[in-house]
Write a protein that binds this ligand. Structure first.
Ligand SMILES: Cc1ncc(COP(=O)(O)O)c(C=O)c1O
Length: 496
């Protein structure tokens, strides 16, 4: 009896195997993480190069621009952007590029998201300027409430809206002084907080500061936890966070301050500094130092905010709630907008007239920003960034094994830095410009960061599809391979 059953059970699957296989082969494979439905048809075909850039239309525009627009912008592509949708942009000549930059971490929900477009159109038909200085406006109130609701641990309440990231940094700088009645600040090597006023003074890079001194006095700089290039030549975790000891026991006691620290400004993951992720102890320790000093911890999440890192805010990866959170870029969904949100007692210190801006809480920026942040929530982009980010990280780590030019891969969510080196042992930086150009010619728009200009930012719109991500990495790896062949890097070996 048991034999019969056994025989039957062996025979059955054999009979069924074939039709099942056929069905599986013919069944269209449903793509995991597809592009959302609203993305324009042309953008689904990215990349598509139709003419060598710059094409004739682009050339015309660039010619006028070079005559009439300031040279201050350091543009890395001879590219004239005409339209964009989802995770693709089109130039004036019809070339379609796949985008790994999100317009520097601005278009988190995707370029030209239909909800943002509609919100702007509807609002513009009704009211453009909301006179935030003198009147109340519904969307400003609702947006401030939403930001409080999604703030880390829901611990922040009280928003001030301005027009850019740098202006938001300025507001945080002023509020921390106003609250503490102190005038000294700590910032980090590799930091970037903007190009004007306090933001510039808090930014460390020489190129940004050159010829603009003297800056606001009372700012001291200290090394960030950039473990791949540790300022103290230590290794984590054996170092026990030497950089934090240095800040606590040397900078704050012998670094020339007068014990009047109003605030410490930090990016939870450094952006322009090279997508540098500090160890998990870094931010909690910083908060402790602030509390011991009676100083405020200001977290600049202009680049890391709004689902980019797989959490709504990057500080959540480190279980650290700042006293003031600085927002910009993705906050506006593509329109100029910055804001700070603070602990209630801190924000409440500002009395009417303590700070202001003509266009703060502007009707169009509020409508656009509110729609963008709502889309990020409704479309669960935190989760998508976390999952696609894990997948991207896996692919890049595998690529690192194949490509000696990659020294380090690090990041959270879809904010990943790929640091290039001439030699993995000496870690001599390899400048990224050639590779960036190659990617661009092949239809992938990538931007770089880092003190040496050798870190690629993998920061696509969070609506990018898995297939597009893979396509982008194919182009990226080919460009790295070409560069390696050019440099004959295949033979790098330990020094000596
Ligand atoms: C972390 C950070 N803070 C502040 C800023 C300045 O923002 P904005 O260019 O909008 O003034 C930036 C811009 O890149 C940034 O990355």
């Amino acid at each position: 009896m048991s034999e019969m059953v056994e025989n039957e059970s062996v025979a059955e699957p054999l009979k069924e195997t074939k039709p099942v296989e056929c069905e599986e082969k013919t069944k269209p494979q449903e793509e995991e993480f597809p592009l959302p439905d609203w993305v324009a048809p042309w953008a689904r075909e990215a990349p598509k190069i139709v003419v060598r850039a710059p094409g004739p239309k682009s050339k015309e525009i660039i010619k006028i621009d070079r005559d009439y627009v300031s040279y201050a912008y350091d543009r890395c592509f001879t590219f004239t952007i005409d339209r964009a949708s989802g995770s693709a942009v089109m130039d004036a000549d019809g070339n379609v590029l796949l985008d790994f930059s999100s317009g520097i971490a601005v278009q988190n929900a995707g370029w030209t998201h239909y909800k943002v477009t509609k919100a702007i159109q509807d609002q513009a038909a009704k009211l453009i300027h909301s006179m935030a200085n003198d009147a109340y406006f519904d969307k400003e109130a609702h947006f401030a409430k939403l930001l409080s609701d999604i703030s880390p641990n829901k611990a922040l309440k009280g928003t001030f809206f301005g027009n850019s990231g740098a202006e938001a940094v300025e507001a945080a700088f002023k509020l921390s002084r106003y609250h503490t009645k102190r005038s000294e600040h700590v910032a980090f090597f590799g930091s970037y907080h903007g190009r004007v006023g306090a933001g510039l003074a808090l930014s460390s890079k020489l190129k940004l500061r050159y010829s603009y001194g003297p800056m606001s006095p009372g700012i001291v700089f200290t090394p960030f936890a950039y473990c791949y290039r540790c300022s103290f030549k230590q290794s984590y975790p054996e170092c026990g966070m030497w950089c934090m000891d240095y800040l606590e026991n040397q900078v704050l006691t012998m670094g020339g301050t007068t014990n009047q620290i109003a605030s410490i400004f930090v990016e939870p993951i450094q952006g322009e500094g090279g997508y540098v992720v500090p160890p998990k102890e870094f931010l909690p320790r910083l908060k402790k130092i602030c509390d011991a000093q009676g100083a405020l911890l200001v977290m600049d999440e202009v680049q890391t905010g709004f689902a980019r890192t797989g959490k709504m805010f990057a500080c959540e990866h480190f279980n650290t709630v700042p006293d003031i959170l600085v927002l910009g870029k993705a906050l506006g969904g593509g329109v100029p907008l910055g804001a700070i949100i603070a602990k209630h007692d801190i924000m409440r210190k500002w009395r009417p007239g303590s700070h202001s801006s003509t266009f703060g809480g502007n009707a169009i920026t509020m409508a656009a920003g509110l729609a963008h942040v709502q889309a990020i929530i409704e479309e669960n982009l935190v989760d998508r960034a976390a999952k696609l980010g894990d997948y991207a990280m896996k692919l890049l780590k595998e690529m690192q094994v194949r490509r000696e030019i990659i020294g380090d891969v690090r990041g959270r969510g879809l904010m990943i830095g790929v640091e290039l080196v001439k030699n993995q042992y000496t870690k001599e930086p390899h400048e990224a410009t050639n590779i960036q150009g190659k990617c661009w010619r092949a239809g992938l728009m990538t931007i770089t960061a880092g003190f040496y200009g050798n870190v690629f930012r993998i920061a696509p719109p969070l609506c990018i599809s898995k297939a597009q991500l893979e396509k982008g990495f194919e182009i990226f790896e080919q460009a790295l391979k070409d560069e390696e062949e050019f440099l004959k890097l295949g033979t790098s070996s330990p020094p000596g």
